[in-house]
Design a protein around this ligand. Structure first.
Ligand code: ADP
Length: 462
C-alpha cells in the first residue's frame, strides 16, 4: 500500500509532544512490514537550521530520508513556517494558525500529484491536518488523481481541536454550506478537528480505552456526539515506542547503558541524575521522575495540591517540563522550601528526559486524561516504575504487575499511591521483581503497525 503521512511535527525534525514520536516511528515500522510510506511536514525554522541532509527532486521540493527509504517532504513557506515556534510564541497561539495549517493541508494534497504519489491512504493527525479529509471530499472530489485515496484521521488528544472564530471560515477556502452542524461548525465557531472527523473515512485514536472514553461527555470535549454518530468507523490502537531511541541498552544520552541482566548499572544513572540535578547522592531514597507538559491534563492540579505532603516524605523528585505559568510558580516556590528534595527543570530537554527515564525509580504520570501517553511506556523499558491515574492509555499499559495506579482522581489518592510505591521500594525483593517485570513489557511498534495496516485496509473498503 502507498501511505502518505501528513503531520505537523515529526521526530527527529520537530517535536513538542507524543504526536511527533508517533509520526516519526510508525512509518518506520510500516516500512519494515513492506509498505511504501512518505511523510509531509512543514519546513519550520528549526528544521531548516538543523543539519539534516536535504535533497531536492524538483524546483521547490525538498526532502530528507528516514528509515530505509522514507521520504520526508518539507512544505516551505517563509510567511507561515519560518518561525521559532511550531504553533505558538511565549505561550500564545499564533493568530494565523488557521491559515497556516489550511495552507499546509492543501499543499500536502497538491504535493502528492506533483510527485505522482497515488496514495491509497493519507494518514492525517490532529486538528493541524484535519482539513486534509475535508478538502479531499470537497475541493478535490472531482480530481481523478485522488479517486482511490482514502483518509484516516488519528486523534492524539481531543482536548485540542483547532477552534477559530466564524469570521475566519473563508480562510479555509471552503464553501459556507460546510459551516453547519454536519460540517465544521461548532457552537458558531470553526472546529477543524470536527471537520476532519466528519469527512475522514476512518477515525482512530491512540488507545482502545481512550476510543471509548471520548464517546462520553466527560472526555469528549463536546465532540462525543460526532464520535457516537460515527462509532462504527472509530477505532483505538495503542501507540508503540521506538526502542532504538528509547532503550536502556543502546541509549546514547544516558550515563551508563544497562539491561535486565545488569540492572545494577541502572543505579549509576540514578547517581548521575542526582549529581546533575544537585540532589543529595542517596541510593536508599526513592527518586521520582516527571517528564511532562506542565498542564492540568497531566495531573498537575492534584500534584500541586499534594506537593507539600509529597516533599515531606523520604524521597526525591526531579521534574522536567514547561507549560502553564501557574505550575511553574507553585513548583518554583516548593524548590525554595525543599531544595534537597525537588529539582525543577523548566525547559524542553531531550537529553535530560532520557536521563530521568533511566535514573529514576518511579515515573509519576497522574494524568487526568491520557489518550495514550508515552512517558509511562518509555519508563517501563528503563525499569522505572510508572505511577499513574488509571485512564486512557495509562489504564491499557500499567497494571499491578508493572506499576501503581489509582482510580479516583484526587490529591489524597495520589499521595496514598506514592506512599504505597515508596513502601514497595524499600523492600528490595518486591522491587527487583517489579523492575524485572516492567522491563520485559513490550510496546514496540511492530504489533501496532500490523493493526494499522488492517485499519488502512478497512479504509480502502469504504
Ligand atoms: P503529550 O500529551 O505531551 O504528547 P506523551 O506522553 O504522549 O504526551 O508524549 C510526550 C513526549 O514528549 C514524550 O516523548 C516525553 O518524553 C516528551 N517530553 C515532554 N516534555 C518534555 C520536556 N520538557 N523535555 C523533553 N521531552 C519532553
Amino acid at each position: 500500500m502507498k501511505i502518505a503521512f501528513a503531520a505537523s511535527e515529526v521526530v527527529p525534525f520537530a517535536k513538542t509532544g507524543g504526536l511527533a514520536d508517533v509520526a516519526g516511528a510508525l512509518p518506520l515500522a510500516l516500512e519494515k512490514l513492506g509498505e511504501e510510506v512518505i511523510i509531509i511536514m512543514p519546513a519550520y525554522k528549526a528544521v531548516k537550521k538543523a543539519a539534516f541532509k536535504m535533497l531536492s527532486s524538483k524546483e521547490g521540493i525538498s526532502y530528507s530520508i528516514i528509515g530505509k527509504n522514507i521520504k520526508v517532504y518539507f512544505i516551505e513557506s517563509d510567511c507561515y513556517f519560518n518561525r521559532d515556534g511550531l504553533y505558538q510564541d511565549k505561550g500564545l497561539d499564533y493568530p494565523d494558525n488557521l491559515e497556516r495549517f489550511a495552507f499546509f493541508c492543501k499543499r500536502s494534497i497538491d504535493l502528492l500529484k506533483e510527485i505522482n504519489f497515488r496514495a491509497d491512504i493519507i494518514h492525517a493527525h490532529d486538528w493541524q491536518t484535519a482539513l486534509v479529509p475535508v478538502y479531499l471530499k470537497t475541493l478535490y472530489a472531482k480530481d481523478p488523481f485522488y479517486k482511490n485515496t482514502r483518509t484516516v484521521l488519528t486523534i492524539h488528544n481531543i482536548g485540542y481541536q483547532g477552534l477559530f472564530s466564524k469570521g475566519e471560515f473563508p480562510k479555509t477556502g471552503l464553501d459556507w454550506s460546510l459551516f453547519n452542524i454536519d460540517g465544521l461548525e461548532f457552537y458558531d465557531r470553526v472546529n477543524l478537528l470536527k471537520g476532519g472527523m466528519e469527512f475522514c473515512d476512518i477515525i482512530n485514536t491512540v488507545s482502545p480505552t481512550y476510543s471509548k472514553e471520548i464517546q462520553t461527555k466527560e472526555f469528549g470535549f463536546g465532540l462525543e456526539g460526532v464520535l457516537t454518530k460515527r462509532r462504527n468507523r472509530l477505532f483505538g490502537i495503542l501507540n508503540g515506542v521506538d526502542y532504538s531511541i528509547w532503550g536502556p541498552q543502546n541509549d546514547k544520552f544516558i550515563v551508563k547503558n544497562f539491561s535486565p541482566k545488569n540492572i545494577k548499572d541502572k543505579y549509576q544513572n540514578k547517581l548521575g541524575l542526582q549529581k546533575s540535578c544537585n540532589l543529595p547522592l542517596r541510593s536508599d531514597l526513592p527518586l521520582l521522575g516527571i517528564v511532562s507538559r506542565l498542564a492540568e491534563q497531566k495531573g498537575f492540579d492534584i500534584l500541586a495540591e499534594a506537593i507539600d505532603s509529597i516533599c515531606k516524605m523520604d524521597l526525591q523528585l526531579v521534574i522536567l517540563g514547561t507549560g502553564d505559568p501557574k505550575y511553574h510558580e507553585i513548583l518554583g516556590d516548593m524548590v525554595k522550601i525543599y531544595p534537597k528534595v525537588i529539582s525543577l527543570n523548566l525547559k524542553f530537554d531531550d537529553t535530560l528526559a532520557h536521563n530521568i527515564y533511566a535514573g529514576s525509580d518511579i515515573f509519576l504520570m497522574p494524568s487526568r486524561y491520557e489518550p495514550c501517553g508515552l512517558g509511562q511506556i518509555i519508563s517501563l523499558k528503563y525499569g522505572t516504575i510508572p505511577l499513574v491515574f488509571a485512564t486512557g492509555g495509562l489504564a491499557d499499559t500499567v497494571n499491578a504487575d508493572n506499576g501503581f495506579s489509582f482510580n479516583t482522581y484526587s490529591s489524597e489518592e495520589l499521595v496514598k499511591t506514592i506512599k504505597k510505591a515508596t513502601a514497595a521500594f524499600s523492600d528490595n525483593k518486591i522491587w527487583a521483581k517489579l523492575v524485572a517485570q516492567a522491563m520485559h513489557c513490550d510496546f514496540s511498534w511492530d504489533e501496532s503497525a500490523k493493526i494499522y495496516i488492517q485499519l488502512y485496509a478497512k479504509a480502502k473498503q469504504v
